[in-house]
Design a protein around this ligand. Structure first.
Ligand code: SAH
Ligand code: F3S
Length: 453
C-alpha cells in the first residue's frame, strides 16, 4: 500500500487533525512515511491565522512540486486544513501540480479521495463544503506515533468559533461552533485511558463555549455551564490523572469554571487566558467582549481559587489604530499580571476580516518594535518565574526521551512547564516527583527525588 507523509503547521487543533487523518489512513492500510522524500502521498495541513504561516506552506508546496517533477513523478500532493478551506481551488489554479485541496470539515474523506487519485479515477479533488456532524468525525488516534502521545492525548470536543474577533480568520476557516455530545467525548477519553493515556487535553477553538449553541447536548437542570458539565464527566474516568483544555476565551472563566479548578483535583493548575490587548479601546475594536478591569478580575479569581496556577496568554501588537498609549497599557497590564508565559504576535492582516479594512493600519516597523519591547518584558518576567522553581519539588508526568538528548527524559509539571531530567525507559508514563535544580530557557532541570528511586 502507498505511504503518506503529513506536515503540520499551526495550532494543536491542527496537530490533532493530522493525527486523526494519519490514523484513518493507517486503518485503511496506508503506511506512514519517514519523510516527504520517500512518501507516495504528501499532505500539508495548513494554518491561516497569520500570513507568515500561509507563506510557509505555499513555499513548501512549491518545493515539493519541484522535487516531485524531478524525482518522484506520480507523487500525490495535497493541502488540507485552514488555508485549504479559505483559498480552495485557487490553490490548484496557482500550482496546477497540486492534486487535492481538503477543507476543515472533510478530514474523514481523506482515504476515499486519495484512493481515487491514486487509482486515477479523478485527476483533481477540491472539497471545502460544509458537512453536518463533521465535529464528531475526528476520533481516531495514533497512540504510538510519538512518545508524548502515548501518555498524553488531545481530544477534540468542538469545532468552529462564533466570537468573530475582528482580526481573526478562524470563524471563516473553521465555521460555526458545533459541539460533540458529552457521552461521545467521554467514550473516546475512556478508550484512550484504557490504552495507557493518563493526561487528556480537551481541544477546540473556543472550548469555554462548548455546548452553548447545541442546547440538546447538555443537562438543563444543572446550574453549571456545559463546559464545566463536560469537565465533571471526564473527571470521573478512573485511571485518568490529569485534565487540561485549550483554547478558552476569557469570558468563559465564569465562577463555575474558576471553582472547578479548586474542586477537581485532576484539572491541572494551568490556565490560558488570551488577553490580546491591555487597552479597552483596542479590545472593543477587536470585539473581544471584556475590559482590562474584567480581565484582571479573572486572573485574580483564578489565583485565589488555585494558588500557584500557571497563567499564560496571547497578545497581539500593532492592531489597526493601536497608539503608543494603547501599547503602553498592554505593557503595564503584562507587568501587573506577571504572566508565566505569553505568546506575542505581530498583527497580520487577514483577508475578509473586519480589521483588515480598518483605518490606521500600524506600519510594519512599529509592529516589529512593539513586538521586541513586549517580548523583552514578558521574557524577563517568565525567567524570574522559572527561577522561582529552583529547589522546589514538583510532580511531573513523564512523556519520554527528549528529542535533543536521548539520555534525558522530558515531563511536564501540572502548571504545564517542561522538565528535563536524567531518566530511563522505566520512567515513561510515570507520575513522579523531581526536585528542580536549575533553569534554562523555558525549561526546568530536575533531579528525581529520593522517593522515586
Ligand atoms: N482560539 C484559537 C485562537 C486562534 S488564533 C486557538 O485555538 O488558539 C491564536 C492566537 O493567534 C490568537 O489568540 C491571537 O493572539 C493570534 N492571532 C489571531 N489572529 C491574528 C492576526 N490576524 N494577527 C496576529 N495574530 C493573530
Ligand atoms: Fe479567533 Fe476570537 Fe474565536 S481569536 S478563534 S474569533 S475567540
Amino acid at each position: 500500500m502507498p505511504s503518506v507523509f503529513i506536515k503540520t503547521y499551526g495550532c494543536q487543533m491542527n496537530e490533532r487533525d493530522s493525527e486523526a487523518v494519519a490514523a484513518q489512513l493507517v486503518a485503511k492500510g496506508y503506511s506512514l512515511a519517514k519523510s516527504e522524500a520517500v512518501a507516495d502521498v504528501v499532505l500539508l495541513n495548513t494554518c491561516s491565522v497569520r500570513d507568515f504561516a500561509e507563506q510557509k506552506a505555499i513555499n513548501k508546496m512549491k518545493n515539493l512540486v519541484g522535487t516531485a517533477k524531478k524525482d518522484r513523478p506520480g507523487q500525490i500532493l495535497g493541502y488540507m486544513g485552514c488555508m485549504a478551506q479559505s483559498r480552495g481551488k485557487e490553490l490548484i489554479e496557482k500550482l496546477p501540480d497540486v492534486d487535492l485541496v481538503l477543507g476543515t470539515q472533510k478530514f474523514h474523506r481523506v482515504a476515499e479521495y486519495i484512493d481515487d487519485l491514486i487509482a486515477g479515477k479523478r485527476a483533481k479533488i477540491v472539497d471545502i463544503d460544509a458537512e453536518a456532524k463533521s465535529e464528531a468525525t475526528i476520533r481516531e488516534h495514533l497512540l504510538n506515533g510519538s512518545a508524548r502521545t502515548s501518555v498524553s492525548a488531545f481530544v477534540s470536543i468542538m469545532q468552529g468559533c462564533n466570537q468573530y474577533c475582528t482580526f481573526c480568520i478562524v470563524p471563516y476557516t473553521r465555521g460555526e461552533e458545533r459541539s460533540r455530545t458529552i457521552p461521545d467525548i467521554v467514550a473516546e477519553c475512556r478508550e484512550l485511558v484504557s490504552r495507557g493515556v493518563r493526561e487528556i487535553t480537551l481541544l477546540g477553538q473556543i472550548v469555554t463555549s462548548y455546548g452553548k449553541r447545541d442546547p440538546s447536548l447538555i443537562t438543563h437542570h444543572s446550574s453549571l455551564s456545559p463546559f464545566v458539565q463536560l469537565l465533571d464527566a471526564v473527571h470521573e474516568i478512573d485511571g485518568l490523572e490529569r485534565i487540561r483544555f485549550t483554547s478558552p476565551h476569557p469570558k468563559g472563566y465564569g465562577d463555575d469554571l474558576v471553582e472547578a479548578y479548586a474542586r477537581l483535583p485532576k484539572l491541572c493548575e494551568s490556565a490560558h487566558v488570551p488577553l490580546q490587548s491591555g487597552s479597552d479601546r483596542i479590545l472593543k475594536l477587536m470585539h473581544r467582549g471584556y475590559t482590562r478591569e474584567k480581565f484582571l478580575g479573572i486572573v485574580e479569581k483564578l489565583r485565589k481559587a488555585k494558588p500557584g496556577i500557571g497563567i499564560t496568554t496571547d497578545i497581539i501588537v500593532g492592531f489597526p489604530g493601536e497608539t503608543e498609549e494603547d501599547f503602553e497599557l498592554t505593557l503595564s497590564l503584562a507587568r501587573e499580571v506577571q504572566f508565566d508565559n505569553a505568546y506575542i504576535f505581530k498583527y497580520s492582516q487577514r483577508r475578509d476580516t473586519p480589521a483588515a479594512e480598518m483605518p490606521d493600519q500600524v506600519p510594519q516597523n512599529i509592529r516589529e518594535e512593539r513586538n521586541h519591547r513586549l517580548l523583552d518584558l514578558v521574557n524577563e518576567i517568565a525567567a524570574r518565574k522559572y527561577d522561582g522553581f529552583i529547589g522546589r519539588r514538583v510532580e511531573i508526568l513523564v512523556e519520554g526521551p527528549s528529542k535533543k538528548n536521548a539520555a534525558r527524559y522530558t515531563g511536564r509539571t501540572r502548571c504545564n512547564r517542561i522538565v528535563l531530567f536524567d531518566g530511563s525507559a522505566r520512567h515513561q508514563g510515570q507520575l513522579m516527583d523531581v526536585k528542580i535544580e536549575r533553569t534554562g530557557s523555558f525549561t526546568l532541570y530536575g533531579d528525581p527525588a529520593v522517593v522515586n528511586l
